[in-house]
Every structure is written in structure tokens, then in C-alpha cells.
Design a protein around this ligand. Sequence first.
Ligand SMILES: NC(=O)c1ccc[n+]([C@@H]2O[C@H](COP(=O)([O-])OP(=O)(O)OC[C@H]3O[C@@H](n4cnc5c(N)ncnc54)[C@H](O)[C@@H]3O)[C@@H](O)[C@H]2O)c1
Length: 713
Amino acid sequence: MTNSNSRNEPVRYEVEGPVALITIDAPPVNALSAEVRIGIFASLARAAESQSVEAIVVTGGGRAFSAGADIREFGRTPCSPTLRELLQAVEDSPKPVVAAIQGVALGGGLELALAAHYRIAETSARCGFPEVRLGLLPGAGGTQRLPRIVGVAKALEMIVGGGQIGAAEALAIGLVDEIAEERQLGPSAIRLAARVSQLGGVPRKVRDRQDKLDKVKSDPEIFERFRAANAKRLRGALSPDHCIRAIQAAVLLPFEVGMARERALFDLLLADSQSAALRYLFFSERQVGRSDADGSEANPRSVRRVAVIGAGTMGGGIAMAFANAAIPVTLVDAEAAALDRGLAIIRRNYEASAAKGKLTPAQIEERLARIVPSLRLADVVEADLVIEAVFEDLAVKRDLFAQLDALARDDAILATNTSYLDVAEIGGGTARPERVIGLHFFSPAHVMKLLEIVRTARTAPAVVVTAAKLARTIGKVGIVVGNGYGFVGNRMLAVRDREANRLVLEGASTGDVDRLLYDFGFPMGHFQMRDLVGLDVGWKRETSSASTVREILNEMGRHGQKAGAGYYDYDAQRRPTPSPLVAGLIEDFSAASGITRRPVGDTEILDRLLLAMVNEGANILEEGIATRASDVDLVWVTGYGWPRHRGGPMFWADQLGLAEVVRRLRARADRHGKEFEPSPLLERLVAEGRSLTGAPRPAASAPLKEEKPCTAS
Ligand SMILES: NC(=O)c1ccc[n+]([C@@H]2O[C@H](COP(=O)([O-])OP(=O)(O)OC[C@H]3O[C@@H](n4cnc5c(N)ncnc54)[C@H](O)[C@@H]3O)[C@@H](O)[C@H]2O)c1
């Protein structure tokens, strides 16, 4: 094989017999940066000119074919050749081009493979279009070429779904022409290239394939059917809708016109705040937990065994979260019946996953075997980390921590899953306050991504770092927060709860409140969420005094969905209908509280619910309970259903403009009380012309211009 490149070039050019081998060598993931595009472009020209070369293989070095566009280039004017220009050159190559895929071919990487004339993939290769997750669509012909190869139904699934498929499926749907055994990709691709070069003539182009598109012309409803079947995923989100439109264009329009349509739709998405929000969350999530012990250099400790105390709703889910990540767990409860019930629920949850095809029976047994039940607290002795999830009662938790302090290893970390209580107080009686931390999981704990990591003033940095690393190990987004009432998420929820309750007493209906939050993009409204969680969480019959609507509902046995009645009535399928009884009860309560009911408009409802949260989020930042505005946003997006495409409450406030937020808060403070007085942080940021997240306002979120000329050559 001849090789005429220097070592550090991002693209290598080699020749083996009649085949030119172009290898992208730009670690870590062979992103298609300007240098890489220029390198491939030049190599193609070289292969075209060569007398001896008859076919070309394009492949990736390292662990990827290519993971796609260089995300840092989004929003900038790209250097020439653009990805589209490069792919055109690939497709127009007079000598056949084979894409040889190992590792991943994602986004622009898969578009590159689609522009080639043939594709071969290693058995472990994976292909996909993740653009929709960043609020975009494949903008270099992916929406036009993919349906021509795999058909419209599969293209919709891949592009709108944003998932990945393996090599076997890629072969089955025609995305690749051949599969190569592991480590045989190079020779197999070269053999394929040599073989197809013998066919002679102009190489076949994906753009010219029409058969799979023609099939759909007789079934134009396929798009509407897909929209209906994916209504949930499409709700309020622009990019899935635009992906569908682009694929529709592939069917209805000639290739070049379809390409122009794809470009126009891509540009619309890129300039829209939804994509800005999703890209912001993408980068924020990657930053999480990396510098969270306040820049501490502390080393994380390894956590090989965990003990969970309390086999109830949370304890069971937490045990599953660890078992799923192959970390053995001792699950302790004081009551044999509670332990049995907890274990039975864990098994049922695993069986439900298996029924959906997510787990095999063997995997269920493997995971269950990692959860060792116990009725003896002394069995925590082997654990590196003990997490308590017993009743939300300070005295109970303090007493338990004192016992754990005596029983657990001296170096073990003691954690509490408390929702609202003071973590320092819970661990205050122990001899190891520096190894006490809050690990606030969300229900269901084996599913929900969010983990609030609560550090007290005395928690050691190494313990925080250990928790942050552990969060990543078990697939959670671990946000480090300070030890204040309700931490970040529940404290902001409490503010929304206060306003929701006030609004319905002043004249709004629970249905109004819930409809507006749902339309904003939340998976459900406030009162529906309350019903789902259970109105009796934190409620005690002995101390209940009919002093709130919620107390009255509880006293009536209307504990929420599980009881078939709460703020709403529920049928056997747990579908809600408004309850006239509850509406009457709220009216009576208003009257008894001396409140004159009035019509409450939609704007007021949304402002009071959401701006109150924004204000509380700013207070949380001001007090240092959260480190970054993006942490507040991730808490709400990953734990409370804030719509991702709106970026989170802090990002949303920035989009609204903080001056406008402050203006509206002041107006609300005049009418509804001092709770709405703007946070000092908001006032300061407005005065300084800054934002909460550092994100530009919508007017400025249009594509940024290239600041400096392209220098890559
Ligand atoms: N349920 C939620 O949505 C949620 C969410 C986040 C955090 N939390 C917090 O998690 C904790 C547990 O909540 P839950 O909903 O799982 O409660 P739960 O009532 O379902 O379970 C509590 C379990 O702890 C056991 N238990 C009580 N005292 C014990 C002791 N001294 N030793 C051993 N076992 C004991 C009980 O037998 C019961 O099985 C609470 O602090 C709660 O605030 C709950």
C-alpha cells in the first residue's frame, strides 16, 4: 500500500492496487470539520486524476466512521467545501465510492455514507440521525437520500425518532449493501470497491433511485398516519414536524428542489429558539457533575456496594437503579411485609420491562440477584454508601442516621433521600458529618433521570465528587445543589403550587390551570400532577384540620389517582374528568376565606405560575443553592417535565428578556403581593444588560456570522 500523507493530517490517502483508500483520522469521533471536508475533497480529486485508481473507499480511523458535523460550527457560515458541496462531489465521482462504516455513522457522517455509491458496515457499526434531538434535521441531503434507499416509513422512524440502528438492521432495510466481520472491514471494503469498479459505466447514485418513493405516491396518507401515531412526540416541537415536511418533499419534488426545501427548513430550525434551547441543554448536560465540587481537585471514591434503607416507593426504585448499573445492593426494611411488598413491586417492574422487550428473562434474574433483601440494619456493614428512603420525618431519619453511624463502616457515605428536610440536621448527630449527603432521587427512581446531590456546609468535596461520578455511572443527571428547603426542584414547585392554589380560589378552574401548563408543553397540568403523586404525601389524618382544599380532599378520601378521585375524578383507565363536587368545594372555600371570585385570564394564569418559578429560580441562584442557571434548568427539564424545547425556566426567561420578566413581576407584585417582587439577581442582570444563562435573546439567536475568515487549507 502506498501512503503519501504526513502523520497529523485529518484525512489520509492511500492506494491499494486499483483502490484509493480515504481515511478520516480526526479523533475523537471524526467530526466533519472544515479540515476534514477539505481533506476528503482533495483526496477525491486526487483519486479522480489517478490513472491507476478505479474505485474509492472512504472510511474512518479509530472508533467512528464519523459522528457528524462539527457541532461548534453550527450557526456559523461554513467554510467551503460545505458538507453539501462535499457530498455532491462524492456522489458525482466518476469512480465508484464505497463508504466503509465502523463504529458510528451519525448525522452528517451517515449523510456522507448515503452520498457514496455503496455502503459496507462492520457487524458492530451503528447508524442514525440524532439531529432532531438538537432541534434540527439532517441538512446535507439526509432527508432526501435516506427515503430513497430505505423507504419513507423507515426514514420517518429514523429521522424523526433520532435513534440508532445496528448493522444487521441497516442491511435488512437496504441502508448498507454488505456486512463485514469485525476487523475485516478494510479488506472487505477494498474487495467490494474492486468488484464494483468492474461493472463499468457511471456509478449508480442514490439521488436517482425512485422506486421506494413511487410506492408512497399511492399512499400519501402515510405522513398523516405517522403524525397521528407520534402526536405526543410532535406536540409543540418544531423539528420533528420539519423533518416530516422535508421527507414529504423528497416524495413530492425533484431531488434538487427537495434539497433546497430541506435547506430552507434546516435554516428555519437553526434560527429558532427551540433548537437554541435543545443545544443549550445538550452542552449543559455534558458539563454537569464535571466541576461540581466547586472546582475541587478531590478524587472520587469507588462505590462497589450500596445499602438502601426502606423498601417503599423510593427505596425499591433506588435499588433498581443500582442493580441496573451492575452495582449490588442490600435492601433493608424494618417490616417483613414492607420488604416483601417492595421486592414484589421490583419484580413486577422488571417483568413489565421484559414484556416491552427491553429485558430478557435471564437479565431479570441477574438484576434481581443483585438486590439482597434484609431485615437487619447491621447488614449495611459492607456498603460503601448507605441511602435511607424511610418516612419523611426528621426524628425518624435522625434516629436512623445515629444507628447507621454506629453500624456502617467508618469510611462509608451516609445519604438521605429526603424531599424537603434539612440534610445537615438529619446527619447532625453522627460522628461523620463530612460524609453525610443528600441524594434526592425522583419517582420512579429507576426511570427518572434527575438526581439532586445535596451538599451541606460540612460535606467533604471528595464525597460530592463521588456522588457526581456515581450519578453518571447509574445514568442519572446529577445536579449538585445546596441544602435549603426543597433544594432546587421542590422549592420551585412549592411556589408554583402556591400560585395554582391561589388562582383557583380567586376564580380560575383547575382545568384552566392544567390546560395552560399542558399547552405550554408540560406532560400534564399542576393538579393532575398532584393527583398522580398522591395528595396524601406528607398529609397526616391526626393533624389535618380542613385548612386547605387539599386537606379537605384528603379527609374525604380523595387521595388522587390511586384512590380514583382527587382534584379530578378518574375512571378505571385513570382518565381524568373534572369533578363538579371539587369545583363546588373550591367555591365554598373561597367564600369562607372571604375571597371574591372573578374571571382570571390565561395570561395572568401563566404569568403567575411561570414567572413566580423564574423568580424563585433566580433567588436560588442568588443564594448559591444552585451553581449555574443551567443546573436549575436541568432540574426542571429532567425531573419535572419542563418542555425540553423551551430549555428550562431560566433559559425561557432569557428568551422572554429579563427586562420584560422584571416589568411583569413588578406589575404582579402590585396586584398580588410581595412574593412577586423581582429577585435582586434579576434586577442586577437587567441593570448590567446580562442574561441568566449567557444565552442571547431571540433576535440575536439567528445564525451568528463567522467572526474570522476560514483559515483551514
Ligand atoms: N414518593 C416520592 O415521590 C418521593 C420522591 C422523592 C423523595 N421521596 C422521599 O423518599 C423517602 C421515602 O418515601 P417513600 O415514598 O418511598 O415512602 P414509603 O412510605 O413508600 O416507604 C418507606 C419505607 O421505609 C420503611 N421504614 C420506615 N422506617 C424505617 C426504619 N427505621 N428502618 C427501615 N425501614 C423503615 C417502611 O417500612 C417503608 O417500607 C421520604 O423521605 C420521601 O420524602 C419520596
